[in-house]
Design a protein around this ligand. Structure first.
Ligand SMILES: Cc1cc2nc3c(=O)[nH]c(=O)nc-3n(C[C@H](O)[C@H](O)[C@H](O)COP(=O)(O)O)c2cc1C
Length: 367
């Protein structure tokens, strides 16, 4: 049946609802992805922080837990990106997501294998470029979003991108519920993509001590900083980030060396050497480059090892408005229910349908 919630995105991805669980490094694991897909939404495996072998094992595990379609996230600049593409083709993965666009030939190879290509962009010009490169749909992330993020808020960026593109646009950054889904659809988007909301569910593998910090964070505490790896990244302002902000020049270098010794034992010398090479290429100081090289380790310290004050907590601002950890299936059901109620309310407001009519025939809400 054609309803407001059954958009082109559902057809493209083969899911029931226009809701995407985005990839989050070390978080979007096979259990989270399978539970999302089983509940009617669409999940992406966090392949960007995995080896090709781990991606293949992850795909097999997802398939053992669901027969629904799902996707894989990767970064073209990670070692093994070509192998990951071949694995996605071999296992007939439905979609891939990526941030920086792979070469056109890589995208064509995926499209020739009927794999849907969905980049995430944070600016209008990048959205236009992504479609020129072959994207089938585009996730547009407003600055509210978690992890690496742009400067423009969803409310402003989303309609600009919708107006500029013909492919389905998916809104990301600051979504958590059915009202948000309807607001995105009203801007002309064909679905929403959420990271932080899925991080804060029962199935997410993030340790309880770290989840508590997300539950306790206020919206104002979730800030954007370039101190971690030189790029704007939205995170919860915790003791580690405060320490990073209090340092400059030599202080950053010493902190990076201390982190290297403490958290990535054995890897300090190779890290120093690659930081030295990168420093020459990107113009950052040695300390900043080492800090960037160390960022994945610091994220894992919080998100995998469960030491939220010593590590990094990437987060969307929306965490400040989330106070529960529901099961993924309950979350998706509540988003769909609230979206339908919102549509019904708008219908009543516009005088199209009376409450009595709606009570007798709930499907009249489905405009
Ligand atoms: C903890 C965390 C880790 C993330 N890791 C990745 C990643 O590995 N790859 C990626 O493309 N995006 C990553 N992101 C961005 C999300 O996929 C998504 O675009 C963003 O969370 C959407 O905004 P929201 O948090 O307001 O829902 C991450 C976000 C968070 C919060």
């Amino acid at each position: 049946m054609a309803t407001a919630l059954n958009t082109r995105l559902c057809e493209l991805l083969g899911c029931e609802y226009p809701i995407i669980q985005t990839a989050m490094g070390w978080i979007a694991d096979p259990t989270l992805v399978a539970s999302t897909c089983n509940a009617g939404a669409f999940g992406f495996l966090a392949g960007a922080v995995m080896t090709p072998q781990e991606v293949e094992d992850g795909i097999k595990e997802i398939k053992s837990k669901t027969d629904k379609p799902f996707g894989v996230n990767f970064h073209m600049y990670t070692p093994g990106a070509n192998e990951i593409i071949d694995i996605c083709i071999k296992h007939k993965v439905r979609a891939v997501s990526y941030s920086r666009s792979p070469a056109k030939s890589m995208i064509q190879k995926l499209k020739d294998a009927n794999i849907v290509c969905i980049p995430t962009v944070g600016a209008l010009k990048h959205a236009v470029k992504a479609v020129e490169m072959g994207a089938d749909a585009v996730v547009v992330q407003g600055g509210e979003g978690g992890g690496h993020t742009g400067a423009v808020a969803s409310n402003i960026l989303l309609p600009q991108v919708v107006d500029a593109l013909d492919v389905p646009v998916i809104a990301a950054g600051g979504f958590k519920d059915g009202r948000g889904l309807i607001s995105a659809l009203s801007f002309g988007a064909e679905g929403i993509a959420m990271g932080t909301r899925f991080l804060m569910t029962k199935e997410s593998p993030v340790p309880a001590t770290t989840k508590e910090k997300y539950i306790g964070a206020s919206t104002e505490q979730i800030i954007v900083s370039t101190k971690l790896d030189g790029m704007p990244q939205r995170m919860i302002n915790n003791p580690y980030l405060k320490q990073l902000h209090s340092k400059t020049g030599l202080g950053i270098l010493l902190l990076a060396i201390k982190n290297g010794l403490e958290f990535s034992k054995g890897a300090l010398i190779p890290m120093l050497m690659s930081a030295w090479k990168m420093k020459k290429a990107n113009g950052m100081t040695l300390g900043q480059t080492m800090m960037a090289g160390n960022a994945p380790v610091m994220i894992q310290e919080a998100m995998v090892k469960g030491h939220p004050d010593q590590g990094v907590l990437p987060s969307g601002q929306i965490a400040g408005a989330i106070k529960d950890l529901p099961k993924g299936a309950d979350l998706i059901a509540s988003i769909v229910a609230e979206a339908s109620e919102t549509l019904a309310r708008l219908n009543r407001l516009s005088g199209n349908v009376t409450s009595a009519e709606q009570k007798n025939n709930p499907s009249v809400a489905e405009i």
